[in-house]
Design a binder for this molecule. Structure first.
Ligand code: SF4
Length: 318
């Protein structure tokens, strides 16, 4: 007996999605360090927030730890793409460890701005998420007390400025573009003299992925975002889709798919956070194709051509 035909599911796949230039570079740094120095190579913190990526690198010889104290003497260590407080490379140098810094150049740019502003005597209001490694790393670039974290408009209302005429603000690179605009507007309303960063701190990859989700959301009944629960930019993609009025869910892999979520869905949007590899998108589409006749369409809102140089010493090995 012929089996019943599968129901049709239209897929709108956002582009850009997935890996950004900073993530690509960070993963390459770990791979090249293993080639150059041999396994094991230690990595302080998940190199990027994605279990699949971390597991692949573990299989190649990387060992992930949270603190430098867990790195034995005499082995190289890589610092993650999120950046580290200044004290970390200083401590590594003190111990004579060779280290490679995989901090995304766009995060390093914010670090340098923070240093310059504090050196010129300004107090920084930093818009970001408490506890995120990028925030910890950026706060670790300047002396304690020279920067204040705000997460929300309510935080802005409660902020007591040391000198309202001498404030600047900076932001985490992976925030929601819309939420950040609201917090910035609140800051500017309360402190008209506050100085904005010279360029946008929210990075191109974060903004592009959010814009791509907005572009397809209106035509979708639901959205799946591939990414990790501790990935800031992935969580923001879920929020962006929800704000467009469609149910949205973060999943790490196709195996996490809850089929009930697709009840009544004729068009499903798919995207992936900046630390989620394209393989995971393909895996999800294949899983969907087990139950549906999938019709795939990619909607590209912008083409990304950004790439970053490798650190000196690894270029030759590339
Ligand atoms: Fe760099 Fe942005 Fe990618 Fe983070 S999301 S690694 S800041 S390019």
């Amino acid at each position: 007996m012929a089996s019943a035909p599968k129901p049709t599911l239209d897929l709108l796949i956002a582009a850009p999605r997935g890996f950004c230039a900073g993530v690509d570079r960070a993963i390459r740094i770990v791979e090249l360090a293993i080639e150059k120095y041999g396994a094991p190579v230690y990595v302080r913190h998940e190199i990027v927030h994605n279990k699949f990526v971390v597991d692949n690198l573990k299989a190649k010889g990387a060992i992930f730890v949270e603190e430098l104290d867990q790195v034995p003497d005499g082995v190289p260590v890589v610092f993650s793409a999120h950046g580290v407080p200044k004290a970390v490379p200083a401590k590594a140098a003190e111990r004579g460890l060779s280290y490679l810094d995989a901090t995304c150049p766009l995060v390093s740019k914010v670090h340098r701005q923070a240093e310059r502003l504090v050196a010129s005597g300004r107090h920084i209001v930093f818009i970001g998420h408490a506890g995120h490694p990028e925030v910890i790393g950026t706060f670790g670039q300047v002396p304690e007390g020279s920067m204040t974290l705000v997460e929300t408009v309510a935080d802005v209302a409660g902020f007591v400025a040391p000198n309202p005429e001498n404030l600047s603000f900076l932001t985490q690179t992976t925030l929601s573009v819309d939420d950040t605009a609201e917090v910035v507007a609140a800051l500017q309303a309360r402190f008209p003299a506050i100085q904005a960063p010279r360029g946008e701190d929210i990075c191109y990859a974060t903004s592009n992925r959010q814009a791509a989700v907005k572009a397809i959301a209106g035509a979708c009944d639901a959205m799946l975002v591939l990414g990790a629960p501790n990935s800031s930019n992935s969580l923001r993609l879920v929020e962006v889709a929800e704000r467009q009025g469609i149910p949205s869910k973060l999943i790490q892999r196709a195996a996490d798919l809850d089929w009930d979520f697709l009840d009544g869905v004729g068009t499903l949007g798919i995207t992936a956070g900046a630390s989620a590899p394209e393989e995971l998108v393909r895996e999800l589409v294949d899983r969907l194709a087990e139950r549906f006749e999938v019709r795939e369409r990619e909607v590209e809102t912008t083409e990304e051509t950004v790439s970053f140089k490798l650190p000196r010493g690894l270029e030759a090995a590339a």
